[in-house]
Design a protein around this ligand. Structure first.
Ligand code: NAD
Ligand code: MG
Length: 403
């Protein structure tokens, strides 16, 4: 393994989240390879303060001035050299700093779009967890990667698995040669076997209790509706240059096979491992080297059984909505994503039942006008419009919500 002579600079966008924390866990194992240049968080001042004291980054960014002032106070003694910044412009700035080589894009949702795009425009090694950014702006994003010779490495476990099953010289965005199709695996989330009639009454706590993965709340709800897999189909379409007809989704409750590539000769290559995000995170951090992650190896005999079944459309209508949005193209995926973010937030705040999530998204898509996604402004406008439409639909939803 070639260890770089000097550690390379890394910005971790969303460092206090589930992916951010796992990223810092892997980085801490390789002080000779990485030096943390910037860490960012939305509201969790205490968590970011602890990370700053431990990793002593050059910059720390909070979303608003008030949180930044509180962070500055907390760092005055133990990390006085950290420059604390505030606001969305600062997020964008730390994604494009000249001293930064790697950017871990781990903000959740549309809030991550502009900083992630900045990393691509600045020609960085973009370690992409923030799938919503790619779902919203796929064509523009991939063009920014190509034009600026950025390196795009997928963190999402399924896409990382597929990337690992493609040839060494494969680069994201190219159509892979000799590939018939790719197969994305999905656990089916916590409600895979619940009688459909009971879905209406499930609570946010039940939706966030994923059987195999420990993740942020938004992606946990997305896993329960399978919108997560829908977003991942769109993400895979852009990353691997494939149409929806060459991307298959199968349920695999054990979450040990993280995805597969089916080649023209009938070979199928799969990547396996324990469900621990430090595996794909260390893969993209070390690429093309392999570095230790802290994850335990997979003991096949302990598990014994691997199952694969077809997802049920009636149980998981969000999956078909996402596939349809990919086929429609233009701003349809951005509209789908925006409506989903609003509906999931409303479900988490107990303002709508679980089963209203898909109907809000479907109705928003029905009412919104899809445009060609040629400029960032068009995408942002349609995102804002979809949020307004979805919020209006939620206000009209007069239902009893399970407490
Ligand atoms: P999380 O909710 O745990 O963390 C989100 C991070 O983003 C936090 O650091 C938060 O401070 C920051 N953030 C949230 N809103 C923000 C805003 N408006 N402005 C600036 N920063 C903001 O989420 P997560 O589970 O770590 O997921 C992060 C991304 O990675 C998501 O796009 C998710 O789909 C993707 N992903 C996560 C996992 C996983 O296992 N958690 C797996 C695959 C992909
Ligand atoms: Mg995934």
């Amino acid at each position: 393994m070639n260890t770089p002579a000097t550690p390379s600079g890394i910005t971790v966008l969303g460092s206090t989240g589930s992916i951010g924390v796992n990223t810092l866990d892997v980085i801490a194992r390789h002080p000779e390879r990485f030096s943390v240049t910037a860490l960012t968080a939305n509201t969790r001042v205490d968590a970011l303060a602890e990370q700053c004291i431990r990793f002593q980054p050059r910059y720390a960014v909070m979303t608003d001035d008030d949180a930044a002032a509180r962070l500055r106070d907390k760092l005055a003694q133990q990390a006085p050299d950290v420059e604390v910044l505030a606001g969305h412009d600062s997020l964008v700035r730390v994604a494009g700093l000249p001293e930064v080589e790697h950017v871990m894009a781990a903000i959740v949702g549309a809030a991550g779009l502009l900083p992630t795009l900045e990393a691509a425009n600045a020609g960085k090694r973009v370690l992409l967890a923030n799938k919503e950014a790619l779902v919203m702006s796929g064509a523009l994003f991939m063009e920014a990667v190509r034009r600026n010779r950025a390196t795009l490495l997928p963190v999402d476990s399924e896409h990382n698995a597929i990337f690992q099953c493609l040839p060494d010289n494969y680069r994201a965005g190219e159509a892979p040669r000799g590939v018939r199709r790719i197969v994305l695996t999905a656990s089916g989330g916590p409600f895979r076997d619940l009688p459909i009639g009971q879905l209406h009454d499930v609570t946010p706590e039940q939706a966030c209790a994923h059987p195999n993965w420990d993740m942020g709340r938004k992606i946990s709800v997305d896993s329960a509706t399978m919108m997560n897999k829908g977003l991942e189909v769109i993400e895979a379409g852009w990353l691997f240059g494939l149409g929806a007809d060459r991307i298959r989704v199968v349920l695999h409750p054990q979450s040990l096979v993280h995805s597969l590539v089916e080649y023209d000769d009938g070979s199928m290559l799969a990547q396996m491992g324990n469900p621990d995000m430090r595996v794909p995170i260390s893969h993209v951090l070390g690429w093309p080297d392999r570095i230790s992650s802290g994850a335990a190896g997979l003991d096949l005999l302990e598990h014994g059984l691997l199952q694969f079944t077809a997802p049920d459309d009636a149980r998981f209508p969000c999956l078909s909505l996402a596939v349809a949005a990919l086929e429609t193209g233009g701003t349809a995926p951005a509209i789908l994503n925006a409506a989903n973010e609003i509906a999931v937030a409303a479900f988490l705040e107990r303002r709508i039942p679980f089963t209203a999530i898909h109907s809000i998204i479907e109705e928003t898509l029905g009412r919104a006008t899809v445009h060609p996604a040629e400029t960032l402004q068009t995408i942002l406008d349609d995102d804002a419009l979809a949020r307004a439409l979805a919020s209006e639909l939620i206000m009209q939803t007069r239902v009893t919500v399970a407490q």
